[in-house]
Design a protein around this ligand. Sequence first.
Ligand SMILES: *Cc1c(COP(=O)(O)O)cnc(C)c1O
Ligand SMILES: [Zn+2]
Length: 392
Amino acid sequence: MNQQVRCYDCGNAYEVDARKRCECGEPLWFDTDSTDFEWPDAEWSDGMWRYADMLPVSDPVGIPPGTTPLVRADRLDEYAGCTLYVKNEAQNPTGSFKDRGTAVGVSHASETGYEWVGTVSHGNMALSTSAYAASAGLECTVFVPAETPPARLELIARHGPHIFRVEGDYGRLYEETLSLETDVAFVNSDTPLRVAGQKTVAYEILEQMQPTVPDAVVLPISSGGQASGVWKAIRELERADLIDDVPALYFVQAESCDPIATAYREGEPVVTPVTSEETIAVSIANSDPPSGTRALAAARDTDGAVISVPDDEIRDAMGQLSTKAGVSVEPSSAVSLAGIRRLSRSSAVETEDNVVAILTGSGYKERYDTEVRSRTIDLDDLERELATVVGR
Ligand SMILES: *Cc1c(COP(=O)(O)O)cnc(C)c1O
Ligand SMILES: [Zn+2]
């Protein structure tokens, strides 16, 4: 596969690793010629490697991410205000979509002779990178914000990485790790390798739904890495003539930290950093998103939008997913459903529209404040106790 990277905006191309950003300042992605791409015959059990021809990797490491289920969630149609499908990315090996980009990044590092990989993360990407490094026999170093909860650190530590808890600005940390003189291959959220892996979620959605093209795909957004991957995939599939229509891409943020939604709302051409408040959606709290402007372009190009939702709606959507679809997700994932509800209320999405919510990460990693209704009973009283609930 050709290994050039290109700017989505000005079109400049560079050798891989020649630069971290385009001269114009925007992020780069792999220049992939998809003209001859067809839906593959490969096994669904190969995970995302069934699209290996379209990925910059020849020797994959670790458990294959991807080929996650896409299911109709009809019991949530009324709440969502549309014909709802959920793409359950929580079923990836470490419980989030991050495994797709990680698998590409760590495989590539291993193939090109690196002994170390690294990342900057709020938790999920650190966990994912540590796990894939372990499977490849590479050393791993992760940089997380100093205030990362101990429970998250414990999950990450199981895979044996070197963890740095960093005081100071996250946006600066992100950029600085990409320009360090170091033997560590950094696979941060919006690097070309990560975007290449992340695009496979959109290949899968469109392959799973074909010949129907969904009217909209809705996902949470933080750095803009996943959103960039989804947009890239759609452009590639269009080029390959595998879709004859394009889904609208809607990206959702938490209201307390919504730089991309703010730029969208105000009609700005670029995203600028905001000051943010705390949110329960910790995995998407990035006030200075490195691929924010690229994501803004994706939303506008596909006639979608970037919106934000308050924490109480996120919490409510999370409960709805657990009790009506049987999926436990973290708050940062529930923003997809909360966003769809908002979109249908403003008539951007309608009842008969086929809408896919990407559920980005598992709810089984952390404890939330769910009320536990239970009581202790005596083993001799089973039938009577059961009847108090069931009636008989
Ligand atoms: C990382 C993450 C996101 C945001 O993805 P970006 O590529 O940074 O925009 C959303 N949800 C979960 C669960 C995540 O871990
Ligand atoms: Zn450029």
